[in-house]
Every structure is written in structure tokens, then in C-alpha cells.
Design a binder for this molecule. Sequence first.
Ligand code: MN
Length: 338
Amino acid sequence: MEQAKDIILRSEKIVVVPHTNPDGDAMGASIGLYYVLQALGKKATIVSPTDFPEYLKWTDASKEVIIAEWENAKAKRIIRNADLIVYLDFNDLKRAGILDEILSSLSTPSIMIDHHPYPKEFATYPFTDISASSTCELIVDFIYQCGWDNQLSSIAASSLFMGILTDTGGFAHNSSKPDLYRVVGMLMAKNVDKDYIYSKVFHQFSKDRLRLMGYALSEKMVVLDSFHTSYITLSEKELADFKFQSGDTEGIVNEPLQITGMVCSVLFMEKDGFIKISFRSKGNFPVNEIAEKFFSGGGHLNAAGGRSNLSLEETVKRFESALVDYKELLMEETQKLK
Ligand SMILES: [Mn+2]
């Protein structure tokens, strides 16, 4: 902690790197920390491996982000010249996507702040707390422990609040620890307009996006009653029919969990020539285990992701047969919900 603080204070050029396809937490953390670093007089730059959804672009800082997939040479130059690199919301350099190679090749000091399980050893100063709701929660703690609360502006606090809000689904999951509310309290004291951020994050759908959600739920949701599990499949063609934009399927996987006793929900999405899979669950049902064992993925106990190179149909079959071994556990978890 002291060492990480020291190296930040001693560094001039600091590069902040979120994971590929950054979500609200990765971007909220990057932008929040960026503002604090700037307030400390640092030359901070956010270099994101890929672009991020429009609804996360409501700060001036979001317009300054260097997107490596678009400006690769510039991204590499900035990374090469950095005194310090800060990795946010991931714990395996593979998650840095197209930046993996250059980042692995450098010996620049680095800090990693993250809340995912099974961290790889690559950062000079790793901070991992898998019990944290979000990376943003950890950053707020870090900032206060460093004594930098005066450097935490309202806009930085708002950005960090966004990450907590998105990673907990609006305080629906991963948010039972009292410490989280101490952190949220500290952010609110910075004049965060909570309702504005809530609307920015959760009420920014296009008509097509809302219709896609309606279609997915009414036409495509399959309920496996005896497994207390639902799944939705969306083919490339179906996504195109609803003018799919990046981020449009975000949250769809959560919806089936509103059904009484539903323990597990999965979204299979055909995209870029493979099947992208999102898993959600309730209680102790470990979707990260299923994602890891069967779909070269991983994540949290209740929220995980994976992929498959099989067809959509074959992928679903593989999932259904994987479920058989979990029938008892699914039964136990559904009992708790009744
Ligand atoms: Mn996160």
C-alpha cells in the first residue's frame, strides 16, 4: 500500500489500462483514478484495448481515452513511455487483449487493482480483494488510505459510483457487506448525483434494444423447470434484425432470474464466428465453475462468462448435459429461494 502510493507519487507519466471490452466498473475505475491522478499533478492517460459502450461516455475524460484497436501505434508509444502502469478490473494480462504482448514485454513498474478470483502474478504491486463488490470500491478505499480525499472530485466520485452501481446491478447482488455502504457514503459526500448516474447507466436503451429484450424473453427464453435454469439463444441473424449495437445484450441474462425459484440463467450469443456465453446465478450455485470446466471461461460465483466454437445448437446441448451433474445443487438452491 505505502509502496504503491510512493511509486504513484514518484511517477510522472501514468497509464491506466482497463480490460478488453470495458464494462461500467472497468471504465468507472479508470476514469475515477484518472481524475485523481490528474489532481495529483500526474500526466495520466487511459489506454483501453477496445472501445466501450456509449452509455459509459458521460465524462470529459471518456473522450480522451486512447482506444488501442483504433490507434495501436499511439497506444504502444504511450505505454512504452510510461513510468507506471495501472491495471484495473482484471488479473490476467490475457484480458488486456491486443495490449497483452506489449505489456508482457515491458518491465515498467505496475499496480493491479481487481476483485476477480485466481489472480495471475504479473503486477509489481497487486491488490486483490475478491470480497469487494467492484474494482471501484477498492479504488475508493485506496484513495482514502493514501490520504487523497481532497483530490477526489465530484466527477471522479460519480465515475467510481457508476462502477459500483453496474457491478452490483444497482445493489441487487454482491453488495451485502457493510463496508460497501461506508464507501458509497464517502462518495455521496462528494456530491454525486445518484439519480443522474442511475439514469445514465440503466435508462439509455435504444428502441431496438428494448424490442430485442422483449423478443428474447417472449420468443427465445427456454425454461428447464426441473433444473431451475433458463437460457436464451440469439443468433447473428436475430441480433442483426434488431440492429444490434455493442452493449445491447447487456443485462438480458439477468431477467430470467426474476422468475420465482430460478437459480441459473444463461445467454448464448452468436457473435464474430463463435458463441459468447454469459452466466448468472443465485446463492451458492457456481456458474464460474461451469464456465471454466466446459466453456473456457470463468468469473465470479454468480456471474461468469465463457465461449464456444461449436454451433449454437451444439453449445446448448453441451450446457444441458453439463447441468445434469448439478441437479441436486440446483434443487438445494431453489429451496432457499422459496
Ligand atoms: Mn468489476
